[in-house]
Design a protein around this ligand. Structure first.
Ligand code: NAD
Ligand code: IPM
Ligand code: MN
Length: 361
């Protein structure tokens, strides 16, 4: 039987709650499709700060280095918000992992299935218009990582600064990810930028145009970020692959999650050039609902499916999970955030959704 080692980093807030369901689903799928995942849990984020004094302990990092893939939950929360930026879970653990493994290509798929149109907060005629978007977000450069970054001065003289920087090579490789993905989809790339203002965006456009020349079958459009956020609400069906820099992709992907119904539905894959990856929900630790057993486990479970597909070559098993999730949602097995106030009484818990998905496998 094929066997893989998975570094499981559940993290904070709802992370462990939804990770528990993802692990149950992966176990069942492994038995059905004849593979074993040797899942080892490691401390990360605020939990690791509290128990080991740092957000990314050396043992966690080395376990990730020795694994076939990383399954990540979510990290951060109010308890650690006042730490210096470099020590916060978000930077010290999550951004460090992305950078350490050069996970530059972040895939965030958002789809409104015909049977799930009613989950979208958009008007039905808009939501039913074939919404199937793949956000491809550059993940290891841009304003998140550019130097210098910091603050100086005192009192009213205080100023703070971040640097948005992109090299041609960094833009080229993420653009190639986007065009490659488009050739397997609807052959359309929409590149999101702010080229009317930002120098990085001017270079971004130039390089994206160069890459586009190698993909004559793919149509390319450029769109400004402000217009993109508006078009996503007005007519999301017009998009196929949305190619974004780090910060713009962060914003666009939350919006994409919500137009499908909830932050708790959107999985993600963060891949390097060799296909090694970290798989995590696009949403965060959701401190407002953590500990209540009501978080939506779907994004975490679908992140597990993306792991099977992109890093482990287990396409059929990934399809199987996605089918079971779709059936579950179509059957109305929904966590509270997907329901209108008058229907909240029928909400299912995190574990009930996990149970139902498993029953469909
Ligand atoms: P968030 O994504 O945690 O929450 C935003 C909203 O979406 C909240 O109302 C939350 O309840 C809801 N939501 C998110 N996931 C959900 C789920 N699975 N089921 C139901 N509802 C869900 O964003 P935030 O509140 O801005 O951030 C909270 C913390 O998480 C911060 O510390 C932030 O830095 C961190 N964060 C971490 C990650 C990560 O680890 N990958 C990603 C985003 C944010
Ligand atoms: C995400 C998150 C992270 C990001 C934070 C927690 C650093 O919002 O994965 O979308 O901004 O990339
Ligand atoms: Mn985000």
């Amino acid at each position: 039987m094929t066997s893989f080692t998975i570094a499981v980093l559940a993290g904070d807030g709802i992370g462990p709650e939804v990770m528990h369901q993802a692990r149950r689903v992966l176990d069942v799928v492994g038995k059905k499709h004849n593979f074993t995942l040797n899942c080892q849990e490691h401390a990360v984020g605020g939990y690791a700060i509290d128990t080991q004094g740092e957000a990314l302990p050396a043992a966690t990092l080395s376990a990730c280095e020795n694994a076939d893939a990383i399954l990540f939950g979510s990290i951060g929360g109010p308890k650690w918000d006042n730490l210096p930026l470099e020590e916060r879970p978000e930077r010290a653990a999550l951004l460090t992992l992305r950078s350490h493994f050069d996970l530059f290509s972040n895939l965030r798929p958002a789809k409104i299935y015909p049977s799930l149109v009613h989950l979208s907060p958009l008007r039905a005629d808009i939501a039913q218009n074939n919404v199937d978007i793949l956000v491809i977000r550059e993940l290891t450069s841009g304003i998140y990582f550019g130097q210098p970054k910091g603050r100086q001065g005192e009192g009213e003289q205080t100023n703070a600064f971040d640097t948005m920087r992109y090299s041609k090579a960094e833009i080229r490789r993420i653009a190639i990810s986007a065009f490659e993905a488009a050739t397997k989809r609807k052959n359309k790339v929409t590149s999101v930028d702010k080229a009317n203002v930002l120098a990085t965006s001017r270079l971004w456009r130039e390089v994206v145009e160069e890459v586009a020349a190698d993909y004559p079958s793919v149509s390319l459009e450029h769109i400004y970020i402000d217009n993109a956020t508006m078009q996503l609400v007005a007519n999301p069906g017009q998009f196929d692959v949305m190619l974004c820099s780090n910060l713009f992709g962060d914003i666009i992907s939350d919006e994409c999650a919500m137009i499908t119904g909830s932050m708790g539905l959107l999985p993600s894959a963060s891949l390097n050039q060799d296909g090694f990856g970290m798989f995590e929900p696009a949403g965060g630790s959701a401190p407002d609902i953590a500990g209540k057993g009501i978080a939506n486990p779907v994004a975490q479970i679908l992140s597990g499916a993306m792991m099977l597909r992109y890093s482990l070559g287990l396409e059929t098993a990934a399809d199987d999970i996605e089918r079971a999730v779709l059936k579950t949602l179509s059957d109305g097995i929904l966590t509270a955030e997907l329901l209108s106030p008058q229907n909240k009484h029928s909400a299912k818990s995190t574990s009930e959704v996990g149970d139902y998905i498993i029953s469909q496998l």
